[in-house]
Design a protein around this ligand. Sequence first.
Ligand code: PBG
Length: 323
Amino acid sequence: MYPIKRNRRLRKNDSIRKLVQENYLNLNDFIVPLFVTEGKNKKEEIESMPDYYRYSTDLIKKEVKKLWQIGLKSVLLFVKVDPSLKNNNGSEALNPDGLMQRAIKTIKNTVPEMIVISDVALDPYSSYGHDGIVKNGKVLNDETIEILSRMALSHAKSGADIIAPSDMMDGRILAIRKILEKNQFHDTAIMSYSAKYASSYYAPFRDALDSSPGFGDKKTYQLDIHNSNQAIKQTINDIEEGADIVMIKPGIAYLDIISKLSSKINTPIASYQVSGEYSMIKAAAKLGYLDYDNIMYEQLVSFKRAGAKLIASYFAKEFAEKF
Ligand code: PBG
């Protein structure tokens, strides 16, 4: 009780603050999302994500070398698929020589130690911009996981270390685990987007990949923003189906989910600070409303405080360069 207990004692200078500091940002925990596009010598800025780029596979080599050099050890790949290759079944996703497959191989050949995580979902390949096969205006579940598991296998064959299904179909973790085991990919891990919300924060990402849904929204498969129990239930479900890492997405707006989960599970939790969260900070900084570096740092720390082990963030590279 005051004045015996004075909380400010442990804050009186930087050394003592550091002595009692509970959470740290460590480059080992970061995942760098990378956008890949067809062509040669292409580095295209994404309009709604200032300072973030789509790279052609030749330039991806330079980028991953640089990331490795500054201490970043894992990348999460997304591809921008040529519109002529899109159809309802997303069949291009299974092309052994498709853009994703080539990107995985290129990165593993360039920096073999780099952990390559591949996104598994149909939306960049779907003529409807949905994460699954569409029939009579509905996104089909079981037919979709059939394709997703073959897509996952194709990524594993190309050399992916971790498969990251972001589609939110039911049963896909088990289906993917089964096909990987059957084909001897025992060491290929699965990072499940186990709690992915039907969020408006994804808009700049959909710009980046030209993957907005052609009709409706994603609310029949992504989580309802009003709920947290479903997120907990589905995450535990995905762990039971074989997920090695679980992911919560978006990031800042869903710290409560990370916090609740971290008191319940022992599986590593990843947070994904998504495109809209990145763009908001960029925009505010451009207008001079916020201190960019400090806000970036403060938001990244909040993931750790909430209980995340891994952080996927478009700020990863800037963080590594600045802090
Ligand atoms: C697609 C996918 C999305 C994101 C990652 N994978 C968008 C969506 O579900 O519409 C969003 C990432 C971001 O906004 O940074 N399966």
